[in-house]
Design a protein around this ligand. Structure first.
Ligand SMILES: Nc1ncnc2c1ncn2[C@@H]1O[C@H](COP(=O)(O)OP(=O)(O)OP(=O)(O)O)[C@@H](O)[C@H]1O
Ligand SMILES: [Mg+2]
Length: 481
């Protein structure tokens, strides 16, 4: 039998202790025995999966030991063992957080099943905590990439609203990260233990919206064979994210408004009032004010939802975030795409930086992913980008996307793994910015000129740029000297 988890058995009564040890060893557990509680306390670092603790021991009382175990590590399940005539301390122990209690002499089956159950629970709790931790980390605003002033303001807003339950409205173009911000608020709020329930109001046919939100009672309509909870009930204790709120039907708008007034509702076909406690975040990439003006969206609902507004800026107005985002996505997909892609060539970087990104961060993410899939080297090159984006490289002429080894190879000498290094390829005026790229570019220009024996048309052709651009660059480098 494979050895299983480590169990501590703490009991002064040798015969009873040995009996327990034998039964637990029969189950495959590793056992450590202690005849007093203090010794056991010193060994908690060994991280036992469960502890069987006699609470009627001389010296430090069993209850005191239990308290200290709980203080040192709240998660280890402790089974207390008590004398038949001492149930008072057992009840006390349960209050302090013992997993269960057993009366002496313990029953073999009870001991074995209790220990098994305790370990199962313990590992489940650990798993849940780990997953919750991961989710929190994934959606914490610290994972929303951005260092531009406008994104810093967004982080401040997330912080501000996380602690209070007010209705938050998130506006912003498609792909700016509205859902990401909604999740960040959820996972940093008191409602994080509940679910994050998203409803895409634009995706549910009008006649089904009510059912989706409120659920139904058995027999509410033909085919309603059982009672079903709606999204409001599922989101109880958590966050309800109303996406594309502008698409909600007029009938549903009235019902939502009524629900928001006292956070209570009735299921379709039901008469019982159901109260829920949840936080509401809504979002849209459309102009909701226009919808109000045109009478498509209720003004009273608009004001109720928009108690606190977070407006996400489009990517084109916070271009200094682009290098950081690129680096983030290179890391995000590095395990999925089995190539060691660590950098972006300076030409590709320039095009990515100059492109206006109508699809915002989502488009940038897709672009980087696709480029990582198509590149044959350890670097994202200009030719791996969509034609539309390639065109935005400075000095680009027509559809000529010729690969220029001199510059691509030079930039390859720069590992672009960490954020600051990616930043250094940015043409934006933040620290060591520009200088590296300019130096590389200058070197390539001068080399091309040298190879062409000083003939500008030939040098320009070799670099795949127009004569005019070549002259302009040359002038810039000469005037910089
Ligand atoms: N600041 C950011 N940092 C990291 N990833 C981001 C950021 N902003 C957006 N993303 C990523 O971009 C993608 C789109 O984000 P999200 O779905 O939150 O956008 P949205 O505003 O809800 O878009 P839509 O209006 O189209 O629903 C997601 O994969 C998200 O993880
Ligand atoms: Mg969205």
């Amino acid at each position: 039998m494979a050895t299983k988890e480590l169990i501590f058995v703490v009991d002064t009564d040798i015969t009873h202790r040995e009996m327990m040890v034998r039964w637990l060893k029969d189950q495959g557990y590793q056992i450590k025995v202690f005849d007093n509680g203090e010794l056991c306390l010193n060994m908690l670092d060994e991280n036992p999966a469960a502890i069987c603790l006699d609470i009627n021991m001389p010296g430090l009382s069993g209850l005191e030991i239990l308290k200290r175990i709980r203080l040192a590590n709240r998660d280890i399940p402790v089974m207390v063992i008590t004398k038949n005539d001492a149930l008072g301390p057992a009840v006390e122990a349960m209050k302090i957080g013992a997993f269960d209690y057993m009366v002496k002499p313990v029953d073999k089956i009870r001991l074995q099943t209790n220990v098994e159950r305790a370990i199962e629970m313990h590992s489940m709790v650990n798993k849940i905590q780990r997953l919750q931790g991961e989710l929190k980390k994934t959606y914490s605003y610290k994972n929303i990439v951005g260092h531009s002033e406008s994104m810093r303001q967004i982080f401040g807003q997330i912080d501000e609203v996380s602690g209070i339950n007010i209705n938050v409205f998130i506006g912003g173009e498609s792909g700016t990260g509205k859902e990401l911000v909604a999740k960040a608020i959820h996972f940093s709020s008191a409602y994080r233990m509940g679910d994050f329930v998203a409803i895409n109001c634009g995706a549910i046919p009008e006649e089904l919206q009510e059912n989706e939100f409120f659920g139904h009672e058995k027999g509410a309509f033909t085919g309603a064979d059982d009672s079903r909870p709606g999204k409001l009930e599922v989101a109880n204790g958590g966050t309800l994210f109303l996406d594309e709120i502008g698409e909600m039907s007029p009938k549903m708008q009235v019902k939502l408004l009524r629900f928001l007034q006292d956070k209570s509702f009735e299921k379709v076909g039901g008469t019982k009032k159901i109260n829920v406690d949840l936080r509401v975040i809504s979002a849209t990439n459309r102009n909701l004010q226009d919808a109000v003006k045109e009478g498509r969206f209720r003004e009273d609902l608009y004001y109720r939802l928009m108690v606190y507004l977070i407006s996400l800026p489009p990517l084109r107005v916070r271009k200094d975030d682009i290098p950081l985002l690129i680096n983030h996505f290179l890391k995000k997909y590095k395990d999925e795409i089995p190539k060691k892609i660590t950098s972006v060539s300076s030409y590709a970087m320039e095009a990515l930086d100059r492109y206006p990104w109508p699809g915002n961060v989502r488009q940038l993410e897709n672009e980087i992913y696709r480029a990582m899939v198509t590149t044959q080297t350890n670097m994202v090159q200009i030719e791996n980008l969509s034609p539309d984006i390639q065109k935005h490289r400075e000095g680009h002429v027509g559809d000529d996307n010729r690969f220029i080894p001199a510059i691509e190879n030079l930039s390859a000498t720069q590992p672009v793994v960490s954020a600051p290094e990616v930043q250094s390829l940015s043409s934006h005026p933040t620290p060591p910015v520009g200088s590296t790229f300019n130096e590389i570019e200058k070197k390539a220009f001068l080399e091309a000129l040298e190879r062409a024996n000083g003939k500008v048309p030939q040098a320009a052709k070799a670099l795949g740029i127009s004569r005019a651009t070549f002259y302009r660059k040359l002038k810039k480098y000469r005037s910089a000297n």
